[in-house]
Design a protein around this ligand. Structure first.
Ligand SMILES: C[S@@+](CC[C@H](N)C(=O)[O-])C[C@H]1O[C@@H](n2cnc3c(N)ncnc32)[C@H](O)[C@@H]1O
Length: 241
């Protein structure tokens, strides 16, 4: 897996290094009532209001989406190739008593049979994959008929200042990876929707999650950080029945 692919090994090394502080980086956790309200609405878009789903969180990291889904009564499995991110996720599951399986594996080559999940969801992962389109094919493969694929992501705006400590692309591990990561910097939601359509999904849509963007903006101001509005979205599509 990551050991024999130098690009994936570099990506995994970056996230292993970031694991202990990942949750405290801006935007990785829910800290204000505004953010909570925005995420409640976003999670309803993610699940399409369905209950008790078998859900896979691909590139789960420290488990943000897995924990949110579990809290809403879904059966969540998180998969990631970075051992230290998984260690954090498992520690949090033990501390909170959440029954979530966190497994090590490659987002582009999942260790699950076809039609295993009602929901496959991924936040901030497509941009860092060497083969994002192949990954989408793989994620559709493990969806049951009628199941839902959801991608949450953001798009890099070169006009906005970045915190180098929290910016993967400015890191030593990502140096020289640009040519191997075709979605680096993020893609607009229309591109993700086109990818979903090309691989047979239906009822495709997206939402710009401006409530979360505004909640972040207010929090940045309250915390004395340079406020900025970063373009974000959630995009979805369903596997036909
Ligand atoms: C920006 S972090 C996002 C983590 C989590 N999804 C979240 O929203 O908090 C990207 C995650 O994708 C994981 N990742 C990147 N490429 C992967 C791959 N090929 N297979 C599995 N995990 C991968 C990294 O290890 C990292 O945990």
């Amino acid at each position: 897996m990551s050991d024999c692919d130098p690009v994936k090994a570099a990506v995994a090394a970056h996230w292993n290094r970031r694991a202990p502080t990942f949750d405290s980086d801006f935007g990785h956790s829910i800290t204000t009532p505004d953010e909570r309200a925005a995420w409640d609405r976003i999670l309803n878009l993610v699940t399409d209001g369905r209950n008790e789903l078998d859900a896979l969180d691909v590139g789960c990291g420290t488990g943000f989406l897995s924990f949110e889904l579990a809290a809403f009564g879904h059966r969540a499995i998180g998969i990631d190739f970075a051992a230290s991110m998984l260690e954090e996720a498992r520690r949090k599951a033990t501390d909170s008593g959440a029954t979530i399986r966190f497994e090590q594996g490659d987002a582009e080559n999942l260790p699950f049979g076809a039609s295993s999940f009602d929901l496959v969801v991924s936040r901030h992962v497509l941009w860092t994959l060497p083969h994002p389109e192949a990954a989408v094919v793989e994620w559709v493969r493990v969806l049951r008929p009628g199941g839902r694929l959801v991608v949450l992501d953001s798009q890099f705006d070169p006009k906005l200042p970045l915190n180098p400590r929290q910016n993967a692309r400015a890191s030593s591990e990502y140096a020289g990876l640009d040519q191997w990561l075709p979605f680096l910097g993020g893609r607009p939601p229309a591109d993700i929707e086109a990818l979903f359509a090309a691989h047979g999904l239906v009822d495709i849509g997206h939402d710009p999650i401006t409530d979360l963007v505004e909640a972040h903006y207010r929090r940045m101001r309250a915390e004395g950080l340079p406020p900025q509005r970063r373009s974000r979205y959630v995009a979805w599509g369903n596997r036909p029945n």
